[in-house]
Design a protein around this ligand. Structure first.
Ligand code: KE4
Length: 426
């Protein structure tokens, strides 16, 4: 990999005008060290920097780019839509087609609202749950991320069933006081939270496969048990499928694990790599939203015609063959990385669901919760990340992020990645 002078110069310049030089914190590489790559363009499985260095991309814009970058059909759809005007602030037929398409992909989504980010979608879903149930409590899972709405930036309270405390400066105690944080894959902790707040919990929200502590699958039957607890206590089940939606399966984790949420939060893949996200679910629940009901939610660019065109063009390519290919490719990578860990005697485990995966440097046999994840050797991950980058492989710059494979990753990318890993894992 040639020198990264251009990136260093760009970072210096960026930091004068943008906090940390980035428009989203994780991009700053603070968790792994080193200088972030300033991307000049991307195509297929690759990112290219200003110096022309090519990187096999496993971030994929944090999930959306399941077809690979600059897919010709998606680019053509964007150009055609833009030529008809980039935003109207008025209803369009394409938005109806989009809502119908999402409803076909996710039968639990009888009605939906499009918006512009996963944060907005998750925040709105929680507000709808509170408006529908007339309860204030929200249970969230430690290690799950649902965007940066105040009441989600909360760390676990002292006791399992106590309300959380702000996990970010600028979040008032009042915003955190109705959020209860419990561990993932721990049904008894959820039971305890509901027992401690009878009729006080509007909903539980979780990533059905957690991507935001690295890729952590649900234990067998966990999701169905959470569903049953919600039913017992009259609370809503919100699945945050921003990352897993049409990633782990065409119909998301709810299809893969056969669990039916009351509300689903979507983004990334179903947004076609544009600022497009959505939330939706039961018709009776979604009917509380203005202008039908008393729960307010709005957005200037919600259902933007250019973004919807990109999304519809992407969804057209979400075929059974695509999922077969990317799941197999990722399984082969998982196998290869696991063999290298074993051959080198390096403690670690590669966890995967479909085409999202994480290599955890840990002594634990598996990472099942945030408690397990936070015990990982993040310094070793940082060295691994830097060594892979130097060999043209671009992994998510954090031990606690999932990596993603696209339909554009082929045999040569698999070879390059495993060859790089053979020297990078130590
Ligand atoms: P956005 O507001 O970033 O579009 O979506 C928030 C969000 C909601 N729910 C889940 C499960 C998510 O993973 C996300 C955002 N994911 C992060 C990566 N872990 C986006 C990358 C970033 O923050 O820059």
């Amino acid at each position: 990999m040639s020198d990264r002078t251009a990136d260093r110069e760009l970072l210096d310049r960026a930091q004068r005008r943008i906090p940390g030089g980035v428009n989203s914190p994780v991009r700053a590489f603070r968790a792994v060290g080193g200088v972030p790559v300033f991307v000049d363009r991307a195509e297929g499985a690759y990112l290219y920097d200003r110096a022309g260095n090519a990187y096999v991309d496993f971030v994929g814009s944090w999930g959306p780019m399941i077809l690979g970058h600059a897919h010709p059909d998606v680019v053509a759809a964007i150009c055609a839509a833009a030529a008809r005007g980039t935003s109207y602030g008025a209803p369009t037929e394409q938005e109806i087609r989009y809502a119908e398409t999402i409803g076909e992909l996710y039968p639990s989504i009888e009605m939906m609202r499009a918006c512009s980010s996963g944060t907005e979608a998750a925040m709105s879903a929680a507000r709808v749950a509170r408006g529908f149930t007339k309860r204030d409590g929200i249970i969230k899972i430690e290690g799950c991320y649902h965007g940066h709405a105040d009441f989600f930036l909360v760390k676990a309270g002292s006791g399992l069933a106590t309300f959380g405390a702000p996990d970010s400066a600028g979040v008032p105690k009042g915003a955190a006081q109705d959020t209860i944080v419990v561990p993932f894959n721990d049904v008894s902790a959820i039971e305890a939270a509901f027992e401690a707040h009878p009729n006080g919990v509007a909903a539980i929200i979780l990533e059905p496969v957690v991507g935001n502590m690295g890729c952590v699958p649900p234990d067998p039957h966990y999701l169905e048990r959470v569903r049953a607890i919600c039913d017992r206590h009259g609370a809503l089940l919100i699945l945050d499928e921003v990352m897993t939606g049409s990633r782990v399966a065409r119909g998301g984790a709810q299809q893969l694990f056969n669990v039916k949420p009351d509300l689903t939060v979507l983004g990334k893949v179903i947004g076609g790599g544009m600022p497009l996200a959505a939330y939706g679910g039961r018709r009776d629940v979604m009917s509380v939203i203005a202008p039908l009901g008393a729960v307010y939610q709005a957005g200037t660019l919600s259902g933007n015609p250019v973004a919807v065109a990109a999304a519809l063009a992407t969804i057209k390519h979400l075929t059974d063959d695509l999922y077969r290919r990317i799941d197999k490719w990722t399984a082969d990578l998982q196998q290869g990385l696991s063999s290298i860990l074993h051959e080198k005697g390096v403690p670690g485990v590669v966890q995967r669901v479909g085409s999202m995966f994480t290599l955890f440097f840990t002594e634990a046999a598996a990472v099942r919760s945030w408690d397990d994840a936070k015990g990982c050797d993040t310094a070793r991950f940082g060295r691994f990340h830097a060594a892979m980058l130097a060999k043209g492989v671009y992994l998510p710059p954090s031990q606690f992020e999932a990596a993603f494979v696209s339909g554009a990753h082929g045999p040569s990318e698999l070879d390059q990645t495993l060859t790089a890993a053979r020297s990078a894992i130590e």
